[in-house]
Design a protein around this ligand. Structure first.
Ligand SMILES: Cc1ncc(COP(=O)(O)O)c(C=O)c1O
Length: 450
């Protein structure tokens, strides 16, 4: 970048180790290795403090859909700060961007006459939705409907409620006790099917697992089922055709709310505006939105609920839930501008087109160690294996090694679940960038899996 002197850079790196507890980072490792300080970003590229350029192959953390440094976003944010910097929305207070964004979201989600509740992050949104689901059944006189069912490998955040729906090994360890009322089923992971079956002769056992779980717990005990349309942090797992149609049927039959966690899959990432739209005619009862809602420029989350849920809650005197920053005008204004850009530039279509090129490029890589390349739009992953035939796992954390090798070549990816390398670049990605990503990943895999 050239803005920092070597002496300042060294001091910053030392201060990072001394004062900064990083999220999801090996503590000792970070201190010993030192931080990777990102000092600037523009469109699909980020720059570290030493002046190195990287392709932001993961859009930050799945969020930077419109690319970095967009002038219009900066202008809208500055204008909002100058007009109304902040004022809360408790006790009926409101503000113009919050009203306009609620209306906009309600019109673009696949959920008619929906209502919108704002929060600051995906975890806050899911915690809010779990509370709303339980409140909904309580207001209807079915107090015992408490259970939230999620899936193994599902990621729904790390708040004390949402961490219970997140099903990753180790994420709960040492943090207990947790609130009760959470259960889970296995994931729709065709490559390593938890039931050892094959699609389509499996008859969608992965969806039927929900029915089995509801019967086991008791229909009168289950409030909601939550699922990411495409599992993200669990390894970019795309459920088979028919999966959500069956899930919807089961939820209808047993009176269970279906929450689509679109925190990653929302706002064009998978080539449709919302991920659930890949399963025709499937309408959730509620949706969790965050990340791409502002392309990460400002933190924001939104819980979208059906009119039926809203009308039920309405019979209560008070809605006793909310966050200081629910409906923050700066965040809502950023979201409005972000959605305007996404629509004007038809970025969901670019995600579909360039995503397909990237998917095909990766599938054409000739490596015995690429077991599967999967995903939708610009949400993709490579599953690394010891060899294709046996699908045996590599004997080391291959995903992390490939991440490091690609990083040295100027590409930021994300290792997931040890052996998966995920890609989720900005939706403005151009074809030549997609080709460059394929080239770097091909070389990195060859280097690591030799
Ligand atoms: C699908 C999904 N839901 C919820 C969350 C939690 O969001 P946040 O980290 O903003 O709390 C994430 C974060 O990655 C996510 O991927």
């Amino acid at each position: 970048m050239g803005f920092y002197r070597d002496r300042d850079i060294e001091a910053l790196k030392k201060a990072d180790g001394k004062y900064f507890l990083h999220p999801f980072t090996g503590i000792q490792d970070a201190i010993e290795r030192g931080p990777r300080i990102i000092a600037g970003a523009y469109r699909t590229r980020v720059y570290d403090i030493d002046g190195n350029e990287y392709i932001d192959g993961f859009a930050g953390l799945w969020y930077n859909n419109i690319g970095h440094g967009r002038e219009e976003m900066i202008e809208a944010a500055a204008d909002q700060m100058a007009t109304l910097d902040v004022f809360h929305c408790f006790s009926g207070f409101s503000n113009v961007p919050a009203i306009q964004l609620a209306e906009k979201l309600s019109k673009i989600v696949p959920l008619e006459k929906s209502k919108v509740f704002f929060a600051g992050s995906g975890s806050e949104v899911n915690d809010s939705l779990f509370k709303i689901a339980r409140l909904y059944w309580s207001v209807l006189g079915m107090d015992s409907k408490d259970y939230i069912i999620s899936r193994n490998k599902g990621y729904h955040g790390v708040g004390y409620g949402s961490i219970q729906a997140t099903r990753f090994p180790h994420y709960q360890e040492g943090f207990d006790p947790f609130p009760p009322g959470f259960a889970f089923i296995n994931e729709p992971y065709c490559y390593y099917c938890p039931w050892g079956l094959e699609f389509p002769s499996c008859n969608l056992e992965c969806a039927e697992a929900l029915e089995e779980k509801v019967i086991e717990l008791g229909e009168d005990k289950v409030a909601a089922f939550i699922a990411e349309p495409v599992i993200g942090s669990g390894g970019v797992i795309v459920p088979p055709p028919g999966y959500y149609e069956k899930i919807r049927e089961i939820c209808n039959h047993y009176n269970i709310l279906f929450i689509a966690d679109e925190v990653i899959t929302g706002f064009g990432r998978t080539g449709k505006l919302f991920g659930i739209e890949h399963w025709k005619g499937v309408t959730p009862d509620a949706m969790a939105l965050a990340k791409g809602i502002t392309s990460g420029y400002v933190p924001l989350g939104a819980a979208v609920i059906s009119d039926q849920i809203f009308q039920t809650l309405r019979s209560e005197d008070m809605f006793n839930h909310g966050f200081t920053y629910s409906g923050h005008p700066l965040a809502c204004r950023a979201a409005l501008k972000n959605i305007e850009i996404l629509e004007r530039e038809n970025l969901k279509q670019n995600a579909a087109t360039v995503g397909l090129r990237l998917l095909e490029g990766l599938r054409n890589l000739e490596s015995e160690h690429i077991g599967e390349v999967r995903g939708k739009g610009l949400m993709l992953a490579l599953e690394l294996v010891a060899d294709r035939k046996t699908k045996n796992k590599p004997d080391h954390k291959a995903g992390f090694a490939v991440f490091e090798a690609a990083y040295r070549r100027g590409l930021i990816t994300r290792p997931l679940d040890n052996d998966v390398v995920a890609l989720s670049p900005s939706l403005i990605l151009e074809k030549q960038d997609a080709d460059r990503i394929v080239e770097i990943l091909g070389r990195s895999i060859d280097e690591v899996m030799r």
